[in-house]
Design a protein around this ligand. Structure first.
Ligand SMILES: [Zn+2]
Length: 313
């Protein structure tokens, strides 16, 4: 699958393909450079092969710093006290090829970068932010893997937009384009029962979007998913711990004051639930134009749409 041209895949399909592909192109480094970053109350140790990237080590540093600051901004702090990031080199390639984040102590992300990757490629990359977002939620039993990928998929563009690193239009353009992948197929049996790639990443992301909108509708737009996820992290729910899913969801709901996560989960865990996405986009006041999206300020939930990508202190 990795031989397929990356441009014909969506961003997240590309990463899934890279994860499934061979790692044989990864070679041992000639030597390792190390750097240490302090972000949002956390310390990040980065190891990467010496002098090997087209973009240079400053670009690697800025890439990780931007991602870590986006995640720390979204969650109110960096999710773990200490993290390790191991960057592998991929010979002859350009781009970022997959990442995996482990719930070790310290939390650890492994990620591969092509030697021909430029500073600009890294500036536009979403993968590092996705991986670091994983550090902000507890490990949950395997059947709930959709919540881990769903949060990372949904939060990544929102966090980058809040940090000023991604235009808000692109956040919604992607949602309109990719969220339909999260709609259950005719043979789906609920989020905990259906383990396809689409259900795991986009079914989980759709759960997050619905939760965000419902939290805001039920709190007069004062609180959203971001407050719930901050509450879970504040209670100790980062990737270094293992929790039952319901414990995290209840803490999230308590942080906002309405039981949106538990109600959605009870409804969607074992049952195929269809969502009227065109109707939701209309209520949120966003429509596809062919070149991107247009916002409709008079729409019923326009203020909620704006609040989702607004920076939260
Ligand atoms: Zn992931």
């Amino acid at each position: 699958m990795t031989s397929e041209p990356m441009r014909i895949l969506s961003r997240r399909q590309a990463i899934a393909a890279a994860l499934l592909g061979s790692r044989s192109l990864t070679i041992p480094a000639k030597g390792l450079d190390g750097l240490q970053l302090a972000v949002g109350g956390g310390r990040i140790d980065v190891n990467f092969p010496s002098g090997s990237f087209g973009g240079g080590s400053d670009a690697i540093r800025q890439w990780i710093l931007d991602a870590a600051q986006s995640v720390a901004g979204y969650f109110g702090r960096f999710p773990v006290p200490r993290a390790v990031i191991e960057v592998d080199l991929q010979v002859g390639r350009k781009g970022v090829f997959g990442g995996v984040t482990y719930g070790d102590v310290p939390a650890r992300t492994k990620i591969a970068v092509g030697e021909r990757t430029s500073a600009e490629d890294l500036r536009n990359d979403w993968t590092m932010t996705h991986e670091l977002t994983h550090m902000a939620f507890p490990n949950v039993p395997r059947q709930h893997h959709w919540i881990e990928e769903g949060i990372a998929t949904y939060v990544e563009p929102v966090a980058r937009a809040q940090a000023g690193l991604l235009p808000v239009e692109e956040v919604w353009e992607e949602m309109l384009r990719d969220m339909p992948k999260g709609l259950p197929g005719s043979d789906a049996r609920g989020l905990d029962q259906t383990h396809s790639w689409a259900n795991t990443y986009w079914g989980g992301a759709l759960f997050c979007l619905l939760a965000d909108v419902q939290f805001r509708e039920r709190t007069s737009n004062r609180r959203g998913l971001q407050h719930a996820l901050r509450g879970i992290l504040k209670a100790g729910g980062n990737i270094e711990v293992e929790w039952p899913l319901v414990r995290a969801l209840k803490i999230g709901d308590d942080s906002v004051g309405v039981p949106v996560l538990m109600e959605l989960y009870d409804g969607m865990k074992d049952t195929r639930v269809s969502t009227d996405l065109p109707g939701l986009w209309k209520r949120l006041g966003v429509s596809a134009t062919g070149q991107g999206v247009a916002f409709l300020p008079d729409a019923e939930l326009s203020a909620i749409r704006t609040a989702i990508t607004a920076k939260l202190d």
